[in-house]
Ligand binder design. Structure first.
Ligand code: NAI
Ligand code: MG
Length: 359
């Protein structure tokens, strides 16, 4: 079958790492007999904003809805557009309109990458953070009253719906159930946040009845943050509300090395709209235009996309090629400066594509 993929590079290094990822993606598709039809779009960028005064065309939803997946680089160029406009005007609209209610971030210590945590070897750290991506603490319910007076009051509500909580919990349980460790950790804070978080805990317990094979534990978010740093090897699948998941899904990849290799997926598990695959990093204005950005995060995203499209063997093959190249180290492979090498974005992308063809 043919898969239609929308490719949106965005800003800064997005325009470098996205092209560098495509050769490895296409080599993988060729190897597994998958036909990909890639269509590039220039919106969701500062350039588009400068020309049109908006981040997206009016018909963006109809334009993107028919695609099987979206491969996204990074958006944001603060020198031209304030970040709250560029992000709320593009990425956050995609997530909400396409009901991408799961944000999935793998945290895996890769060969050849130095963990900032002492004494960890590849294989020690390999877990997934599942973040609720559409409601919770990031609601627009609230406001300000008595502005500018001594009684100035600001309120922003947390919204948890049964449908919204249950669907992300079901996804996390199903994911844990398919992995060898069958272990799910829930992030909570029901000792301090005494209305919404006890509800979250209740739903975790209720959903658990349908998954008797999954071992469940829970940590308060403060203790969990410490545990990520002290014992990252103890986790398998970690599920969290929008805010807690946001924090954990930056902390997790930070424990496994450079930001340049970390991938993420915004998934609509019901497949009523396309899912979006983007590296964890942003547009990196400090290094953009120099050809030294690490394309591995973007390539790993392409692997997650193949998995989502129903091709786990192709996904594993591509990720295996990434691991092989990283394991060679900066002496043998054209690794980028963040991995202590002198390679360029294009060279590293090409090396992974070559490895895809060879292995
Ligand atoms: P950033 O992730 O762009 O950069 C943080 C640091 O990591 C920089 O020193 C950068 O050089 C380095 N870095 C990032 N990706 C790298 C890669 N692939 N290879 C080597 N080094 C890499 O975060 P920052 O600077 O806070 O944000 C820059 C812009 O990106 C802002 O406009 C921000 O809003 C936007 N942003 C967009 C995101 C998205 O599209 N999902 C996510 C995060 C930030
Ligand atoms: Mg974040």
């Amino acid at each position: 079958s043919t898969y239609r993929i929308a490719v949106i590079p965005g800003d800064g290094i997005g325009k470098e790492v996205v092209p560098a990822s495509l050769e490895a993606l296409e080599a993988t598709a060729a190897r597994f007999g998958l036909r990909l039809e890639l269509t590039g779009f220039g919106f969701a960028s500062a350039e588009y904003w400068q020309r049109h005064g908006t981040m997206l065309p009016d018909d963006w939803e109809a334009t993107l809805r028919g695609f099987d997946a979206i491969l996204f680089g990074a958006v944001g160029w603060p020198a031209v557009v304030p970040d709250h406009i560029s992000l709320w005007g593009s990425l956050l609209r995609f997530r909400r309109t396409f009901d991408q209610y799961v944000n999935l971030r793998p945290c895996r210590l890769m060969p050849g990458v130095r963990s900032p945590l002492a004494g960890r070897a590849p294989g020690d750290i390999d877990f997934l953070v599942v973040r609720e991506n559409t409601e919770g603490e990031y609601s627009s319910v609230g406001g300000r009253i008595f502005e500018g007076t001594e009684r100035e009051t600001v309120l922003q509500e947390t919204v948890m719906t049964r449908v919204g909580v249950d669907r992300v919990l079901r996804y996390a349980y199903e994911l844990a159930d398919r992995r060898p460790k069958r272990h799910l950790t829930s992030a909570t804070k029901s000792n301090g946040i005494a209305i919404s978080m006890p509800y979250w805990d209740e739903r975790v317990a209720a959903m658990g009845e349908s998954f008797p094979g999954v071992r469940v534990d829970r940590f308060h978010i403060d203790a969990l943050a410490a545990e990520f740093v002290l014992h990252p090897d103890r986790f398998d699948v970690v599920v969290a509300s929008n805010l807690f998941g946001d924090i954990l899904s930056d902390l997790g990849p930070a424990c496994t090395g450079t930001l340049g290799i970390a991938p993420s997926a915004n998934i609509n598990p019901d497949r009523t709209a396309p899912s979006l695959f983007e590296p964890v990093h942003g547009s990196a204005p400090d290094i953009a235009g120099r050809g030294i950005a690490n394309p591995i995060g973007q390539i790993w995203c392409a692997s997650m996309m193949l998995e989502h499209l129903g091709h786990p063997a192709a996904a594993a093959h591509l990720l295996g090629a990434v691991e092989d190249v990283l394991a060679l180290g900066p002496g043998e492979a054209p690794l980028t400066p963040d991995l202590h090498g002198t390679g360029t974005t294009a060279e590293l992308g090409h090396a992974v594509a070559e490895r895809v063809r060879e292995r």
